[in-house]
Design a protein around this ligand. Structure first.
Ligand code: HEM
Length: 483
């Protein structure tokens, strides 16, 4: 903003910003005091709807650098050469809390990354966990209702949380992860990120691959215990946001080593787990993580509302060489985010400075709507046209996928080793005894708050099925707390 007198929204100088205009000394306020009316009216409209999930978050700009040649897997231009750099914007978040909630809570962390590439913006909207609670988008609104405030009590309720999880045994893997040591990261800098879903990469020759992204923190993993987190959440609700901003301010730029697991398309049908099931990982012994990049965050946003609150990320924002998989969760997400943005930020959200392409321009025939900035000037608004307007390329961003069968409300297919418990059991058995002890205490602390015996027992039974020892110890711990 330039120096000079305070003005109204229309730019006229303001004489008095302390006293509103009255009819005589001590008389009522006059409607002709436009400054007063304008200030009160603008203030009433400062909020936009918060994100329905992941409302609480913090963001920063950064740089992605390619460190290995992946051109035999993808033709994405931003990945085309070792050393190539792309500007990014990353928004971290918690899931369940409303705007203003404390950062140090047990909850997955969002890891939403925008690459401003020369072929358009590529968004990878992931979490700090490689898996998720459910595997079909149709269950997402129900699931989130159980995580947010109860319609009657207005608080998060252990009954709702455990009722849903216990009736959705596919959640057992993610819940084991969430109540383990990594369930409360010490900061956004000290955690890994994951694309979580399987995505498609495809190369110049038209060959397709299934891939999963991994972001390994270079700061090392650091977590909080339940007790440490409860204290910090009370003393410093903004702990994660402050930590990120201050690290970047002092030049201590956080970074992540970026890798990818790659599955040749021909191996998907026979793989021991359904590769498009978001409740499962691909064990690294089957598909090792191949490093190909470095992500560094090095610039704080100047205005949190403009650049973080109004930032939008969509799993449907792909670029040539990258596309979706048939994962039923991902397919639902391809719709949900754009719809949320149109409601939350408006139809021209894509054109705000943080959201628009930075390394190319958007050339569309869409026009107008609320807060349209006239960027197309007088250009024709239809296609085909004979006036040099933008034209289609005739090349799809991703390769087609073979499908079989008939339409219907089908469950995602089960592969040879698929069931809801196998990977939760494997995760439990990987833990040291101290890690198991903390996991069981955390779970028991939460399950013991459930008011109904049948819900608590059903919840314990899912962990019993993952591993007999897990179930036995958890049952004893819950009984000890319930008395
Ligand atoms: C079908 C399942 C899901 C649905 C329908 C869904 C829907 C949504 C919606 C509507 C938002 C708010 C978007 C906005 O207002 O800008 C959101 C935010 C978010 N979701 Fe999901 N979500 C799903 C699953 C997931 C999964 C599996 C992940 C991670 C792997 C994830 C990660 C995120 C993140 C990181 C954000 C915050 C993005 C930001 O920082 O703006 N979601 N989700």
């Amino acid at each position: 903003m330039t120096q000079g007198p305070l003005t109204t929204e229309a730019g006229a100088p303001v004489a008095d910003n302390q006293n509103s205009e009255t009819a005589g000394v001590g008389g009522p306020v006059l409607v002709q005091d436009q400054l007063l009316l304008e200030k009160l009216a603008h203030f009433n409209r400062e909020r936009i709807p918060e994100r329905v999930v992941h409302a609480r978050g913090a963001g920063a700009y950064g740089t992605f650098t390619v460190t290995a040649d992946v051109t035999k897997y993808t033709r994405a231009k931003f990945l085309s050469e070792i050393g190539k750099q792309t500007e990014t914007f990353l928004r971290f978040s918690t899931v369940a809390g409303n705007l203003g909630a404390a950062d140090a809570v047990r909850d997955p962390r969002g890891f939403a990354l925008k690459f401003y590439t020369e072929e358009g913006n590529y968004d990878l909207v992931g979490n700090n966990t490689p898996v998720f609670f459910i595997k079909d988008a149709i269950k997402f609104p129900d699931f989130i209702h159980t995580q947010k405030r109860d319609p009657y009590t207005g608080s998060q309720e252990a009954d709702n949380v455990w009722d849903f999880w216990s009736l959705s045994p596919e959640s057992t893997h993610q819940v084991t992860w969430l109540f383990g040591d990594r369930g409360i990261p010490a900061s956004y800098r000290h955690m890994d990120g994951f694309g979580s879903h399987t995505y498609q990469w495809n190369n110049e020759a038209g060959e397709a691959f299934w891939v999963k992204y991994h972001f390994k923190t270079d700061q090392g993993i650091k977590n909080l215990t339940a007790e440490e987190a409860a204290k910090l959440a009370g003393e410093d609700p903004d702990s994660h946001q402050r930590d990120l901003r201050e690290a970047i301010e002092r030049g201590d730029y956080p970074s992540w080593t970026v890798g990818v697991q790659i599955m040749p398309v021909a191996e998907a049908a026979k793989y021991r787990f359904n590769p498009f099931d978001l409740t499962k990982v691909w064990p690294h012994a089957d598909y090792p993580v191949i490093e190909f990049g470095k992500l560094e965050l090095n610039r704080n946003p100047e205005n949190i509302f403009a650049e973080v609150e109004q930032s939008i990320f969509s799993p449907a924002h792909f670029v040539p060489g990258i596309g979706p998989s048939p994962d039923k969760m991902l397919q639902g997400r391809l719709f949900a985010y754009g719809d949320a943005h149109r409601y939350r930020v408006g139809i021209n959200a894509d054109h705000l400075p943080v959201n628009r392409p930075h390394a190319t321009e958007a050339r569309t025939h869409s026009r107008d709507g609320y807060l349209y900035d006239g960027r197309h000037k007088g250009a024709k608004n239809y296609e085909p046209n004979s006036f040099g307007g933008p034209f289609q390329t005739d090349r799809a961003l991703w390769q087609p996928v073979a499908v079989t069968g008939v339409t219907g409300d089908h469950e995602a297919p089960s592969h040879a080793e698929d069931n809801d418990f196998v990977q939760a059991g494997n995760l439990y058995r990987l833990m040291t005894d101290e890690e198991k002890e903390r996991l069981i205490n955390n779970l028991a602390g939460s399950i013991s708050q459930v008011s109904r015996e049948d819900i608590a027992e059903r919840a314990i039974n899912n962990f019993r099925q993952a591993d007999g020892d897990f179930g036995k110890r958890l049952e004893a711990a819950v009984q000890a707390l319930r008395g």
